[in-house]
Design a protein around this ligand. Structure first.
Ligand code: C5P
Length: 303
């Protein structure tokens, strides 16, 4: 029997500011970060049924082999957590259409988890409160709560405590995924080795002031990523991507989160297209243009 379904879209995230402190007792790192949701999306379609299944299709620029095997991925866990909260069975057929680079430092898995929470809440008719959804999201991963709220937001704790930031800018990014992913725990571990004396995470005040100006040249000077030295040490080839993008006219290049995706902030859409074109000519097979801020996980279709 075909049952009514839903499509939920969730965005990739970037970190405009990523201040990282020394590891806590639980192994996580205290963060002060400013997230921005950008216009690269995974779409998650869900309809209820008697069983539970998750399948994945990918954009042509994502290698299907990079997709984590189903069975115990973050979407399975999102379904289990929401079902447990309401004391019900986990049922449904889920299809994820992935366009967010995988293992790229753009929180694609977190986007899928957020989309699953929103979709299952609707098709199971649960009306879960925002507080409960945010709590379940935080248990699933440090940046899942942000994928729910989207926009631009300040993140603290291990990144799971999120607070929206007024952002009236329209920021244009060139996104250069890497053919090989980087493991987030590995990059954090390398950060610990490189900076054994790390104390409190760097505050985000300068970045927040820069966002308020709505001026990309000002934002370019305030971008900050404490994981960048560790990511570049593990993947020295990425420095050339940043340099190439800046030489092509981007205001500033940086590593996205724990990498290896490279971000290039541009003054406006046309400049982003020019920079993307130059990188494609230089031999980069996948170069994307995205803008932010955009909405968090939201329903786009009732089928
Ligand atoms: O929270 P999440 O499951 O997404 O984190 C993945 C991994 O990244 C953690 O297991 C940890 O190794 C690292 N991490 C960290 N500090 C954070 C967030 C993540 O060390 N604040």
């Amino acid at each position: 029997m075909t049952r009514p379904g839903i499509v939920v879209r969730a965005p990739a995230k970037i970190n405009l500011h990523l201040g990282v402190g020394g590891p806590r007792e639980d192994g996580f790192h205290p963060l002060v970060t400013v997230y921005q949701a950008v216009s690269l999306y995974d779409d998650l379609a869900a309809s209820d049924g008697d069983d539970w299944s998750v399948s994945v299709t990918t954009a042509d620029y994502i290698h299907p082999a990079a997709v984590p095997a189903t069975g115990d991925n973050i979407v399975d866990r999102a379904g289990a957590a929401l079902a447990a909260l309401h004391g019900r069975e986990r049922t449904g057929a889920i299809t994820i259409d992935k366009a967010i680079p995988i293992a790229g430092g753009m929180a694609g898995g977190s986007a899928d988890a957020a989309a699953a929470l929103v979709a299952l809440d609707r098709i199971w008719r649960l009306d879960t409160s925002d507080d409960d959804l945010l709590r379940l999201a935080a248990d699933l991963g440090s940046d899942v709560p942000f994928a729910l709220i989207g926009g631009t937001a300040l993140g603290t704790g291990r990144g799971e405590l999120v607070e929206p930031v007024l952002d009236e800018g329209s920021w244009w990014w060139v996104v250069v995924p890497s053919p090989r992913g980087l493991s987030t725990p590995e990059v954090f571990g390398h950060f610990d080795r490189m900076f054994p004396a790390a104390g409190e995470p760097a505050p985000a005040d300068d970045l927040l002031d820069a966002v308020a100006t709505r001026d990309p040249a000002v934002l370019a000077r305030a971008l900050h990523n404490d994981l960048q030295p560790a990511a570049l040490d593990l993947r020295p080839d990425l420095a050339a991507v940043i340099e190439r993008g800046e030489a092509a006219g981007a205001l500033k290049g940086m590593i996205s989160g724990s990498g290896p995706t490279v971000l290039l902030l541009c003054a406006h859409r046309i400049q982003a297209q020019v920079v993307a074109g130059a990188l494609a000519v230089a031999g980069h097979e996948v170069v994307l243009v995205a803008n932010g801020p955009v909405a968090g996980a939201h329903v786009v279709e009732y089928a």
